[in-house]
Design a protein around this ligand. Sequence first.
Ligand SMILES: Nc1ncnc2c1ncn2[C@@H]1O[C@H](COP(=O)(O)OP(=O)(O)OP(=O)(O)O)[C@@H](O)[C@H]1O
Length: 303
Amino acid sequence: MTAIRTSNLTKRYEGVTVVDNVSLSVKENTVYGLLGPNGAGKSTLLNILLGLVQPSGGEATVHGFDTRTESLSVRERVGALPDRFDVFPRLTGKRHLEYVIDVRGDESEPSSHLERVGLGDAADDVAENYSRGMQQRLALAMALVGEPEVLIFDEPFSGLDPDGARMLRKIISEEADRGATILVSSHLLDHVERVSTHVGVLSEGRLIDEGTPDELRSRLDSPHRYELRVSSNAGAVHDRLRSIANISRIDVSGNELTIAATEPIEAELVFKTVEDDDIRIDSFTPIQPPMEELFNAYVGDNS
Ligand SMILES: Nc1ncnc2c1ncn2[C@@H]1O[C@H](COP(=O)(O)OP(=O)(O)OP(=O)(O)O)[C@@H](O)[C@H]1O
């Protein structure tokens, strides 16, 4: 079943189209990563889903409820981390959680949520003393109260340190395991790629591609990548590899070469071409092309 659907969704601000005819669907219990550079329209799209922004045209539904006319039903089902959120400066982290637990009619303990996001020790501090990253963690904890069916996180990785990013990836995977549907936007491709089952690429308000991370990768001109480590003389190895058809690019760094190819390359062929009395291959390993490259191929290197 579809958890989130938009159909020809459009948003214009003073004649400028910032979300342009976007039709996407997010299946229940998937993690959908919405990728796009700054200004692509990600926040506007998510804010429409959250009922915070009215679309200029088209339709958006969450679990079948129209975000424009049935926003209450949508809100009951969604845990949100919007792009801009405010904390109450004078209230403690614990008080924030008590408030949301009360509104949601939930019976969980505030401390369990705070500990989950790494704020257990700061539960009794007021939020104005929290760093930006801690406020982000607090907002995340609040979004998770009541085990919402749908989670919508806008740029949740920004402001988090590597530990925080790891914590968030773990939470996303735990929430997916319990059956939640998660829509997460980011311009940090690495994070999105690691948590998403599906990815949509948004550029200048348009959804320009969709698929699994693997499907999107396979659309690159040279989707096959290998890492080759040699004992010595990488320069000579580079020249020998150029004789192999289908190799489109070779990057050399020390004794390590990264090979891009339009078709799969047999290890045997590489060994035969490269090795002699002076040069030995230490390893030849297939690797994944970075999502970054795919993204740049679509929208230019402006993330
Ligand atoms: N309230 C508004 N009034 C006028 N223009 C707006 C408004 N909100 C957003 N925009 C414009 O819409 C475009 C898309 O903005 P949006 O914040 O949705 O993009 P984004 O992909 O989330 O980018 P970022 O990662 O920078 O937040 C931008 O050009 C922005 O200036």
